[in-house]
Ligand binder design. Structure first.
Ligand code: AMP
Ligand code: GLY
Length: 424
């Protein structure tokens, strides 16, 4: 098998690391990739949304499968692009078709899907600039805090949680009339605020069958104690200790099963990962959001716990034979700690040399994210720079190993959270 991974983050480095372990793998390509993927695969400098260039690459390198990391190309229809082109339609793409990717591409679509299939979620209404006044009235009917969500993709920045009613009204107007998030906020979902603890569950489906992958908890805020600005994710833990068997059964029966069945009923073709963001309120799981891909940095703790040959698993997804796979998981806890550039998630500098990766012991795995090669050296190239994953009998043990190995790694301005798991 020759496989192409689309993307450039820690998630894609983890996919590459895992696929590389398969005896079925021949050549591995990552577009565009980072300094980490360059060590184990061939990086190709093309963008994830440049479908024509991807097609040329697939044909010239005899690629047999495409694994899509981020949501953008899925929402833009990369899977459909393959299916609609006679030269490449036989090549499996791991990731949903455009119609199904709307589960992440449109929050309003996702809410309607959940309502239609009785999947528990926060009460909501959607508004456009034509019914702004009704939006104000809906806000008045709710209690603080107020949750406003841009309908479309907004690079993880489209959700506002506001304490003050007037501020919420002003922001609603700014989103709808002022196009605060461009076209993404042409429609805004206003939601009831849910107070609870969050976790994510990952599902891999072939459209007919599915496997529930390990749970994970991500730490999104930049500051310790979950304070400060939102980031792409500062670290993750898998499994989530409070997701016991009773709670997992609820998640399965009320959320996972109706989601996969709902996709089928609605004719939404799905061969790929479903990332279900959940919140536990009074012992019940409610869905906060769907993503149509794996999470980052959740992938860095979920995939290392999957013992199966990932090429075989993806082949089963493509052939719609996922029922034939016996998913084997590592019982240990995995944690990952993300190091970021000083200043992130606001302005930060790039191009800082990263030293000491080679001194990390084999108890930990370094997954690179915002890195690149410059004059033969690994340098920073993004806000989130690299994640250090370790195993342990519990999350504290695993974290201890990650933090110990992090002491070896240095770059100017390096920052990471030292309190992961503080809320567990
Ligand atoms: P989303 O992009 O939908 O995942 O929202 C980003 C974050 O906002 C979530 O991870 C939650 O922390 C928070 N959030 C979203 N919706 C709600 C809600 N209805 N109640 C409380 N917090 C929410
Ligand atoms: N870690 C959150 C995400 O991947 O969206």
């Amino acid at each position: 098998m020759n496989i192409l991974i689309l993307g450039a983050g820690g998630r894609e480095h983890t996919f590459a690391w895992k696929l590389k372990q398969s005896p079925k793998l021949n050549n591995l390509f990552v577009a565009p990739g980072n300094a980490g993927t360059a060590e184990i695969a061939k990086n190709i400098p093309i963008g994830v949304n440049d479908f024509e260039a991807i097609k040329e690459l697939v044909l010239s390198e005899a690629i047999n499968m495409v694994v899509v990391g981020p949501e953008d190309p899925l929402v833009n229809g990369v899977h459909d692009f393959f299916l609609n082109d006679a030269a490449i339609k036989h090549i499996p793409v791991i990731g949903p078709e455009k119609a199904a990717a709307e589960l992440e591409g449109s929050k309003d679509f996702a809410k309607q899907f959940m309502m239609r299939h009785n999947i528990p979620t926060a009460a909501y209404e959607s508004f456009t600039k034509d019914n702004l006044e009704e939006g104000y009235a809906f806000l008045e009917s709710l209690k603080a805090p107020y949750v406003l969500k841009a309908d479309g993709l907004a690079a993880g920045k489209g959700v506002l949680i506001l304490q003050d009613l007037q501020e919420a009204k002003d922001e609603l107007k700014e989103m709808l009339v002022g196009a605060k998030f461009g076209n993404a906020s042409t429609t805004v979902v206003i939601e009831e605020f849910l107070d609870g603890i969050e976790l994510s569950v990952f599902v891999l489906t072939d459209g007919e069958n599915y496997k529930v992958l390990p749970t994970a908890k991500d730490y999104k805020r930049i500051g310790e104690g979950d304070t400060g600005l939102n980031t792409g994710g500062m670290g993750a833990i898998s499994p989530v200790p409070f997701a016991d068997d009773v709670f997992m059964t609820k998640i399965h029966d009320r959320v996972v099963k109706p989601t996969v069945e709902g996709l089928k009923k609605d004719n939404l073709p799905y061969k790929g990962f479903i990332f279900i963001g959940l919140i536990k309120v009074a012992n019940e799981p409610l869905v906060i959001e769907y993503n149509v891909r794996m999470g980052d940095p959740e992938t860095e703790v979920v995939l290392p716990r999957v013992k199966n040959d990932l090429v075989e698993v993806f082949e089963a997804v493509a052939a719609q034979k996922l029922n034939e796979i016996d998913l084997q998981l590592d019982d240990r806890t995995a944690t990952t700690v993300m190091t970021v550039s000083g200043g992130y998630p606001e302005a930060y500098e790039k191009g800082k040399e990263i030293t000491g990766i080679e001194n990390v012991s084999n108890e930990s795995i370094v997954f690179q994210a915002g890195t690149t090669l410059k004059d033969g050296k690994v340098v920073t190239n993004g806000g989130r720079v690299l994640a250090v994953t370790s195993f342990g009998t519990n999350f504290k043990e695993a974290l201890k190993t990650s933090y110990k190995n992090l002491d070896n790694i240095a770059f100017e301005g390096v920052y990471y959270r030292k309190d992961l798991g503080f809320d567990l």
